[in-house]
Design a protein around this ligand. Structure first.
Ligand SMILES: Cc1cc2nc3c(=O)[nH]c(=O)nc-3n(C[C@H](O)[C@H](O)[C@H](O)COP(=O)(O)O)c2cc1C
Length: 321
């Protein structure tokens, strides 16, 4: 089998590697996104429940560090979504990734501004729906991933999505080295997205405790919270995560939490992990691939090492050298 690395979107963006840094709320700062884009990948700023001003601050930080295009990942269920899109349009961002919802109400204005739109999808049905609505690519994410997850594994999801749609499919979830990248291409993806691997990059601004927790993690050290509540998130095990899972049954008896409570719970606990390294109360979102990550190194080395290994395995030349 010959693998062809053919992704018109990545070509348009002038990327050296077909590798994306997935948007990560709080962890995916302007500095990390800029480092990934500057090194030849595509960096994303994670925005979660942020206001427009916060998004603008990180976009400006990224612009100060690179002239290369980078993206902004938006969480569609955020109440501040309109102001976030206004900032994206004003700042001339080139790529938008979306999660937790349907981006189609915004598609026309984003396309009119020349912005590439790539929603994250956890299933074939959503991938097909997104294609019908006119998005440019889908990021198909398996449940090995850190952060909010669906039901399918990357190994099973990618080939099924690839067969179901004609737009480019970017594979995410559980990819941490060149073997994972090569496997994703074998499954038919035309790009990969990693989150967890970039958390221990030198340029990653997550707290030292977060980096150490990933570097020390074993294969079975993540846990999925929110199974019963219908909002599943993969985090590294700690006191908060274990108690969360234990108390979920009781939470079900209570009335459905309001928007403010959800925002505080989801965004607040992740911020405590990322910025304060709060070992007991933080939500250390990270994927099952954490157990494979044993070093902290610059983004440029992460990308070039991974791509050298992937091209070697796929038997294609590494033209980036
Ligand atoms: C700390 C953290 C925060 C994340 N936040 C978001 C987010 O805000 N929006 C989103 O679409 N994906 C989010 N993700 C998922 C990543 O973008 C990416 O798809 C995922 O990490 C890929 O799987 P991996 O962790 O196995 O590499 C997050 C992941 C992590 C680890």
């Amino acid at each position: 089998m010959t693998v062809e690395i053919n992704n018109p979107i990545f070509e348009k963006l002038g990327m050296k590697y077909p590798i994306v840094e997935g948007g990560m709320t709080w962890a995916g700062t302007g500095a990390l996104a800029a480092a990934v884009s500057e090194a030849g990948g595509l960096g994303f700023i994670g925005t979660g429940y942020w206001h427009g001003d916060d998004v603008r601050r990180e976009i400006k930080r990224a612009k100060a560090l690179t002239d290369k295009p980078f993206g902004v990942n938006v969480m569609l269920m955020s109440r501040h979504i309109r102001e976030v899109f206004d900032v994206i349009l004003e700042e001339g961002v080139k790529v938008v990734a979306t999660g937790a919802g349907d981006p189609s109400p915004f598609l026309d204005e984003l396309h009119a501004a020349g912005i590439t739109v790539m929603p994250v999808v956890p299933s074939v049905s959503l991938a097909k729906m997104m294609e019908r609505k006119g998005v440019d690519a889908v990021i198909a994410e398996g449940m090995e991933s850190g952060g909010h997850i669906g039901q399918m594994t990357t190994m099973t999801l990618i080939p099924q999505v690839v067969d179901a749609v004609s737009i480019p499919v970017i594979a995410a979830g559980g990819i941490g080295d060149g073997r994972g990248v090569a496997a994703a291409f074998m499954l038919g993806a035309s790009g990969v997205q990693m989150g967890t691997r970039f958390l221990t990059a030198t340029e990653s601004e997550v707290h030292e405790n977060f980096k150490k927790k990933i570097l020390k993690a074993r294969d079975i050290d993540t846990i999925v919270t929110g199974n019963l509540l219908g909002s599943r998130a993969r985090v590294l095990k700690n006191k908060m995560a274990k108690e969360f899972v234990k108390n979920e049954v009781n939470e079900l008896q209570k009335p459905k939490p309001d928007y403010e409570t959800i925002e505080k719970l989801e965004s607040g606990t992740l911020r405590a992990a990322v910025q304060e390294g709060d070992k007991d109360h933080g939500a250390f979102m990270a994927g099952q691939i954490s157990g494979l990550i044993k070093d902290e190194k610059p983004v440029a080395d992460i990308l070039s090492d991974i791509w050298a290994q992937a091209t070697d395995l796929m038997g294609i030349p590494d033209t980036t050298k």
